[in-house]
Write a protein that binds this ligand. Structure first.
Ligand SMILES: [Zn+2]
Length: 397
């Protein structure tokens, strides 16, 4: 979810408040129906039945009919989800919504044409029955937005949060497992030997960024000039972020298409053992400096890559303990801390295997995934993932 500050005009704000009111009304009706239900009685109406009732209610009440069917039906859907969470014991029972507290509504079936960039700092989102509402374009809006949630906090500030969970990509069914290692010098190494580089700024852009940063250091606080330089820096950084996001989308789709199982390091464990692996502590050449500059960005990009893989290949991503992945020989299995000759090179003293150190680590991650997979009784190898994308039931009314 990425959240942005919404900037409705006063007239739009009235219309948005009306949507909030409808969503709250429908939600509270659902709460009431379920509150009357007691064990032994006929079951409380489910989502489909409630949708039929909503159609009836819209036929009878002009004020409800005047509102958006998407807003109203989605409130029912959110309620159904809240009840499922309650029965799944992950959440408390859904309760009444009150005016002015946690107001909001959700819009689904959003298409690419419903969100657009109007200028460097302003975006627009099309809201049913309201029209184009401006929002602060504080960062790139993710690709493939399928729904968004508009909320109003107690201070009266409006926000829009875009959700873009891509449809799962069917597994190729070849039984192939790939290990992916997060490198420092390159962004990712595959056990197949491929080295993937995340895009960075071009040399001319980097030079410009360095000049701007020097200017920024000299500019007086609060001065006009400082504001301009800051904006120029932000633009360059946003450009890099956008390129990396695009790259993550491309790579995650590619991996989900080509392999049945994708093995990655478990980041929680990796965070603790990373320095022991010697990739950051004993880098070769000027890698250390580069790592310092890029570490944060790379870490963020990596987390995003794993997240998108889990969206696109649900149930096919295996997280493995990264212990020894840099010291173990992926060819013969010997663990020898002297094998990693430098940041980039791995040479096994036992069997003579030599290769890129990150590719060797990726091979070990692939190997560890094989163990993890057989230990839990077989992977979803072959065949498409049997998770149907959830379809929204849209009523015509
Ligand atoms: Zn070896």
């Amino acid at each position: 979810m990425s959240r942005y500050r919404l900037q409705p005009t006063p007239a739009q704000e009235q219309a948005l408040l009306e949507h909030c009111g409808h969503a709250r009304y429908v939600w509270n009706l659902a709460v009431e129906q379920h509150a009357h239900w007691k064990p032994g009685r006929a079951s409380a109406p489910g989502f489909a039945e409630q949708c039929r009732q909503l159609t009836q209610a819209r036929a009878e009440h002009a004020w409800l009919r005047g509102g958006s069917i998407i807003v109203q039906q989605q409130a029912l859907k959110d309620f159904a989800q809240a009840m499922a969470n309650f029965f799944g014991r992950t959440h408390r029972r859904p309760t009444w919504r009150r005016r002015g507290r946690g107001e909001g509504f959700r819009i689904v079936a959003v298409t690419a044409g419903d969100v657009r960039r109007l200028s460097r700092t302003v975006g627009g989102v099309r809201v049913p029955k309201v029209g184009w509402v401006r929002f602060r374009w504080s960062r790139a809006v993710p690709d493939g937005v399928k729904s968004y949630h508009i909320t109003r906090d107690r201070a009266g500030r409006w926000h829009v949060a875009f959700a873009a969970i891509p449809e799962p990509i069917p597994a190729p069914g070849t039984g192939e497992v790939v290990g992916v290692d997060r490198g420092v010098a390159v962004s990712a190494a595959l056990s197949t030997g491929e080295l993937l580089n995340a895009p960075t700024l071009r040399e001319t852009e980097k030079a410009r960024l360095r000049r701007l940063l020097r200017k920024l250091a000299r500019a007086k606080r609060g001065s006009n000039r400082r504001g301009k330089v800051k904006a120029a820096v932000a633009t360059l950084k946003a450009r890099e972020t956008d390129r990396r996001r695009d790259w993550v989308e491309k790579i995650s789709t590619d991996l989900a298409r080509r392999f049945d199982v994708i093995a990655v390091e478990d980041l929680k464990i990796a965070g603790m053992t990373r320095s022991a692996r010697g990739t950051v502590e004993a880098p070769g050449g000027n890698v250390r400096q580069k790592a310092g500059l890029n570490r944060g960005i790379l870490a963020a990009g990596w987390g995003r890559l794993v997240e998108r893989l889990e969206h696109k290949a649900p149930g096919r991503v295996v997280r493995v303990d990264p212990a020894y992945t840099s010291q173990r020989c992926s060819a013969c299995g010997i663990v020898d801390r002297t094998s990693r000759e430098s940041q980039a090179d791995f040479r096994c003293r036992s069997c003579g295997y030599a290769g890129n150190a990150d590719v060797n680590a990726a091979g070990n991650i692939r190997h560890a995934a094989g163990h993890a997979v057989s230990a839990r009784g077989g992977p979803p190898l072959g065949g498409p993932a049997n998770r149907e994308p959830q379809r929204d039931l849209l009523l015509v009314g």
